[in-house]
Write a protein that binds this ligand. Structure first.
Ligand code: NAD
Ligand code: TDX
Length: 338
């Protein structure tokens, strides 16, 4: 059996996805191809590294020669998680976003085409649709209107995937998921940033008025949806994935403070993110109808479990909150970094 090529498998969602596949069947052949950027961490998969058919290859998806070599050895499918994934970093410098998210995807698509790969799943995001008003939800037919350089780079990649389907008949599928949370998420994103700050009695920076709304989904539910899409999704289709769990950032912050029994005085309102999308909500009825998938982890339960995971993984947190992270934190949050 040829291996599945998972790119970006050392990141947050990719590592949870590989663990899910190996839990189902530890003999599944997997190549995890990852550049190990600041967000990639071998420790995220320390427990599965011994699995007999699991192989790690360090490499950059935008490096055509290395990708041709790996795909040329034969892979049954490619699922592309590799990306620069943080909106605030894309506002500081969009270059790595274009290189990895756009050029990297193009290199993967070319290799998939050249070597006749039977299935290509592009892991995209609801952010490509832009921002919603107070009502309604993104469907797969909502026009793309990205507002951040990150979202624009993901939308560009989606359009390239679409073009390879239309022009070359590549059997590719795009998924667009809402905000993930859960174990192994790098503490630059809202939930792990706030949990790790609060565990250290540090303040939490809420952008703007805190009324921006996100639709939260546990990473395990996202990964289960991706496993189904990989197995049974229809080539050429787009599938939205969401948690049906809308929450304003400030309400979420209050919930985290309550779980951790910390005072509201730790909240700091800081200047808003430029171009900050007001609201996301995902209509995921298509994947529910076609593939029988549903989000299963209730948010209050998933959030408590996530807090516990960070409490119990001090070493992991200390390992990622090191030099480069502290530089980023100072640049992003200035005086709050202390
Ligand atoms: P992450 O930042 O935690 O991980 C990204 C991984 O990609 C890291 O392991 C990194 O080393 C690797 N990588 C980066 N550049 C690379 C390159 N040039 N070549 C090879 N590997 C490279 O990201 P994540 O949160 O796990 O997101 C994974 C994917 O899911 C991304 O494509 C993201 O756009 C998408 N997504 C994320 C969310 C979310 O809430 N986190 C929601 C929807 C979609
Ligand atoms: O310090 C912060 N303060 C704050 O108020 C941070 C980091 C975020 N926020 C706000 C901005 C957003 O409204 O919290 C919300 C969530 O922010 P992020 O965790 O940065 O996520 P978001 O920008 O919504 O994007 C996420 O979801 C879609 C992921 O980072 C993307 O990779 C994914 O595509």
């Amino acid at each position: 059996m040829l291996p599945i090529l998972v790119t970006g498998g050392c990141g947050f969602i990719g590592s949870n996805f590989i663990r899910l596949l190996l839990e189902k069947d530890p003999t599944t052949p997997i190549i995890n191809f990852d550049a190990l950027t600041y967000a990639g961490n071998l420790a995220n998969l320390h427990d599965v590294a011994h699995c007999p058919n699991y192989r790690f290859v360090r490499g950059d998806i935008a490096d055509r020669d290395t990708i041709r070599q790996v795909v040329g050895e034969g892979v049954s499918a490619i699922i592309n998680f590799a990306a620069e994934s943080h909106v605030d970093r894309s506002i500081h410098d969009s270059r790595p976003f274009v290189r990895t998210n756009v050029l990297g995807t193009q290199v993967l698509l070319d290799a998939a085409r050249e070597f006749g790969v039977n299935r290509f799943v592009q892991v995209s995001t609801d952010e490509v649709y832009g921002s919603l008003g107070p009502t309604g939800a993104f469907t797969e037919h909502t026009p793309l209107a990205p507002n951040s350089p990150y979202a624009a780079s993901k939308a560009a990649a989606d359009l390239l995937v679409r073009s390879y389907v239309q022009t070359f008949g590549l059997p590719a599928i795009i998924t667009r998921c809402s905000n993930n949370y859960g174990p192994f998420q790098f503490p630059e994103k809202l939930i792990p940033l706030f949990i790790t700050n609060l565990l250290a009695d540090r303040p939490v920076p809420v952008y703007g008025d805190g009324r921006n709304v996100r639709d939260w989904i546990h990473v395990r539910d996202h990964c289960a949806a991706l496993a189904l899409v990989l197995e049974r999704g229809r080539p050429g289709e787009v599938y939205n994935i969401g948690g049906r769990c809308e929450l304003a950032n400030l309400d979420l912050t209050h919930t985290l403070l309550d779980i951790l029994k910390k005072p509201r005085s730790l909240i700091r309102f800081v200047p808003d993110r430029p171009g900050h999308d007001r609201r996301y909500a995902v209509d995921c009825s298509k994947i529910e109808r076609e593939l029988g998938w549903r989000p299963t982890i209730p948010f209050p339960q998933g959030l408590r479990d996530t807090v516990t995971w960070y409490q119990e993984h001090n070493d992991w947190v200390a390992g990622v909150r090191s030099g480069d992270y502290l530089n980023y934190y100072r640049r992003q949050y200035g005086a709050l970094a202390g």
